[in-house]
Design a protein around this ligand. Sequence first.
Ligand code: GLU
Length: 589
Amino acid sequence: MCGIFAVVNDPDHHAAQTTLDGLKKLEYRGYDSWGIAVVEHKNGTLAIEKHIGKIGGATTALPAGDIAIGHTRWATHGGVTDGNAHPHVDCSGRIVVIHNGIVENYQELKQMLLRRHHRFTSETDTEVIAHLIEDRVKSESVETAVLGVFKNLAGSNAIVVLDAKTNTIVACRNGSPLAAGVGKGQFFLASDVTPFLKFTRDVVFLADGEAVILTATKLRLLDIKTGKDKRLTPRRLDWKLEDAEKGGYPHFLLKEIMDQVTTVPKTALINRNEIAHVARRLERADRIVFTACGTASYCALAATYFFSGVGRETKSYGAYEYTPFSGFAGKKTVLFAISQSGETADTLIAARNAKARGAYVVAVVNARGSALERLADTTLPVGSGPEIAVVSTKAFTSQLATMYLVSRACTGNYARAVREVQDLGKTLRRWQTKKLRHDVLDLAKTLMNQEDIYIVGKHVSYPAALEVALKIKESSYIHAEPFAAGELKHGVLTLIQKGTPCIAIGANDETRLELLSSAAELRARGGTIIGITPFTSAEFDVTVKTPDAGPLTIIPNVIVGQLLGYYLGIGRGTDPDKPRNLAKSVTVK
Ligand code: GLU
């Protein structure tokens, strides 16, 4: 799940610095360690620097050079040590490799290489790649050698190989993301586009089974199986550099929370034709299934409530639990696979399974050019722009808005839903003020030293409770447990003591009175009740009032939870952009 970056033809010979800056934008993908390799401008030798820890404040003393590769690691094989940090070099010092993924057959490859007297300096699976290429470049071109080796690697992998002898970079993709940037006389490679946006917006997203070769003069796209050249047609992205910058905020997380005043209404302006098309498919469908992981899975659950509101029964599954049910998928199934990155391994597997049984797959994604997008029959990009913080915020609310639009399109109410989402944008702008932030900050101060927080919601506010609990856990590491309000009396009440913080999330809908009864039950056991609702009530000790937006009230309600998680994290000294043990796109099973 690491971050990969490479540059060829740095105009000022600052390839190492450009790589360091690029990696800083990819740190969200892994932050166990980082490393850079550069070919020295002066003498053509390879210089490498690698360290454990986050790259955030790092500087580099690497020498001047025009070509470099770099990596931020999310360790899978081998501990978090300087030696296990990428890049990894062969015995001769000619071939240097960075890698995203897991070489599943590395043990047997390593045994074979050890028998051939290769010297290993790390415990990683990655290092075998460098030594395998080393053997082949003795008699083959580096392109042929890399493609040949890559074909023999089991698992989902992306590799970038720098050959210091020929100043060539060869990169291959199978399962892990890679994008190539085509600049003016410069080429880039990265796990996502944000690190090279300031140089170019012309991008080639590699598909599985594709490779690129970068030299000072040329960028070639190849089919790995046949070794043949493919047509290179870069796509121009409409993402702006500012989207990938903090814009004056101290953290990406806060910036992305505040961005929602524009990203939510923007969602209503895209996908009109695609949604109409999907709605027609849904008319003929006998099963409608949503599948996703993590935050996106709460969008999937919310979607079941949106659809029941228009009289359609649907199901949602955590993608990691879908396999036993995939056998029910058939030609009349429509499966929505929801994923910020479009690279989530479990979601991809679920979508593939359903598709293999004839299901129509709709990808609901934020990042573009992903594996999920390629696999899907229709893609609904949610358009919230690059999401850098590991904790998902704006992509989630745009996914929610998208699923709401789709549900309403099924009953011919698309145009009205578009207005509702746009109106919500205006409402958010009026409501997401400094005062709201101060109110949530004050609330966070009262909760900062708590060990446990319980969160309840009913109907569409239940996925809101799940998501708010996740935001608090991810951002602040406080144990936050969500429940369906109706579940309280079936066991949970034992946990409530004097002063236990309980958050009640609700909308101005049919659940209002039941939510208030639950709040009263919690209070009767000593709980301190915090309402996140569009209404006030004597049952709440504290209320953060949210705008009433009908079924879309879930969006402002979750925004309060996002802010609460953020401020709790700040108060407890976590890094809100990069929570411990997590990476943004989970490209491993
Ligand atoms: N499996 C490799 C390692 O543990 C790469 C992990 C990654 O994708 O960061 O070093």
